[in-house]
Every structure is written in C-alpha cells, then in structure tokens.
Design a protein around this ligand. Structure first.
Ligand code: Z5A
Length: 209
C-alpha cells in the first residue's frame, strides 16, 4: 500500500487554516481519497494536554526555548501516535500547522533561531517534513480581526502585539520563498470558497486527484 500524502496549512492568526483544512478533507473524500483533519499543537491526547500550557495564560509565561521544546514535545506525540500511523495506511493527513509554525513563532519571532528549531526537529522526529505546505497569507490586521471574531480563550499568541504578528508574516513569506518545492504562498483574502478554490487548484497541480 502506498503512503498517504502529508499536507500542512500554515500562516498567521485568522488566516483561515482551520476552515480550509476541513474543506480540503471534505473535497478529498468526495473524490474517494481518505483524509483526516488534525492540528498542532494537539492532534493526540498528550499533545492536547501540552496545548493547554501554550495557548493560554500570560504572554511571557515561558522562556522562548521552553516554548520551542513544548511545541516539539507535542509534535512527537502527534506524529508518532497519529500522523505516521495514518499515512502508513494510505490515508492523507491534513494538518492545521506543523514545524513551520515553530520556525516562524519560536525560531524567528521569539528569537530561538531557525537552525535550533530544525535541529530539534531532526532529533525528535528525524526531520519529517510534509509533502506540501500551503502558506495562507493575509494582512495582519485582517487576520487578527477574523481571529477575534471566533469564540474561546486560547488567545495567548494573539495578545503578543502587532509587531510580533508582522514579524511572523514576514517569516512565513520568507520560508515559502526559500522552499518553493514544498511550499506555496496563497493569498488568503476573499471569500472562503474563493480561497478553497485556490488551494484545490494547487493540490490538483501537484497530485493525482
Ligand atoms: N504555535 C506556535 O507558536 N508554535 C508552533 O509550533 C505551533 C503553534 C504549532 C495555536 O493556536 C497557536 O500556537 C497559534 C500559533 C502557536 N497561535 N495562535 N493563536 P490556534 O491553532 O488556535 O490558532 P490559529 O492557528 O491562529 O487559529 P485561528 O486564529 O483560529 O486561525 P485560522 O485557523 O487560521 O482561521 P479559522 O479558524 O479558519 O478562521 C478564523 C475566523 O475567520 C473564523 O471565524 C472563520 O469563520 C473566519 N474566516 C475563515 N476564513 C474566512 C474568509 N475567507 N473570509 C472571512 N472570514 C473567514
């Protein structure tokens, strides 16, 4: 049996990743391609426990390196318990965030360093990278306004300030530019259906659907 495809969606707050992950899974299912939606931090019981430590509370509650280690620890639980076993059955995995978020948030915006994050990723997960990463790009103010409109108290990163979020957007854009084989920068402005059509056409250009 051939392995499923591993696809990640990345980008700043409120870019529409969660919405688009669900739509992609539905559209793949309609084509007869089994796929699951998952997310980081989270996606497995232990990883969801670690998520609670990261997405709420004081913005300065962790040292940046502690935060990078916590995200990496959550990722080990997610990948080893869900991602790898699912891909091995031939089912596709569509993840809302993955290691590029650690590179952008902790590596770049919080100053841990991109090389340190990738070294951790190599050590913890043998450097497993997605087959395709869709980087949803949106002006910071628009993304934060969208994110504020959804309910829930998981707003620790949202509260980190405008300069932080502008830095993040630059970091994601730079990553997409530096790794065109794996990453595609996608305009995330416009209606949900318009953005979904953009993503689907990228998938169709990369894989047999
Ligand atoms: N983080 C990290 O620092 N390091 C890491 O390694 C990882 C993560 C993996 C996870 O929280 C936080 O952890 C995250 C980074 C950090 N920062 N934050 N916050 P999360 O997963 O809860 O947060 P998020 O990824 O930013 O989710 P989000 O704010 O919910 O954004 P989204 O998933 O991109 O968007 P959405 O939920 O699909 O949409 C947001 C709202 O906009 C919602 O009301 C939608 O109905 C609406 N929406 C969506 N698309 C559209 C369009 N096209 N037009 C209009 N409105 C739309």
């Amino acid at each position: 049996m051939s392995s499923g495809r591993f696809i990640t969606l990345e980008g700043g707050e409120g870019a529409g990743k969660t919405t688009q992950v669900r739509l992609l899974v539905d559209r793949l299912a309609a084509r007869g391609i089994a796929a699951i939606a998952t997310r980081e931090p989270g996606g497995a019981p232990g990883a969801e426990d670690i998520r609670h430590l990261l997405v709420s509370g004081d913005t300065a509650r962790w040292q940046p390196m502690t935060e990078a280690l916590l995200h990496t620890a959550a990722r080990v639980e997610h990948v080893e318990n869900l991602v790898r076993p699912t891909l091995a059955t031939g089912t596709w995995v569509i993840s809302d965030r993955y290691v590029d978020s650690t590179r952008a948030y902790q590596g770049s915006a919080q100053g841990v360093g991109a090389e340190a994050v990738l070294a951790l990723h190599d050590l913890a997960l043998g450097g497993l990278m997605p087959d395709l990463t869709l980087v949803l790009d949106l002006p910071v103010e628009l993304g934060l306004a969208r994110a504020r409109s959804r309910a829930g108290g998981e707003d620790r990163y949202e509260r980190m300030g405008a300069a932080f979020h502008i830095h993040l957007r630059d970091a994601f854009q730079a990553m997409a530019k530096a790794e065109p084989q794996r990453c595609v920068l996608v305009d995330a402005a416009g209606d949900v259906d318009v953005v979904a059509a953009r993503l689907w056409s990228i998938l169709a250009s990369r894989f047999t659907l």
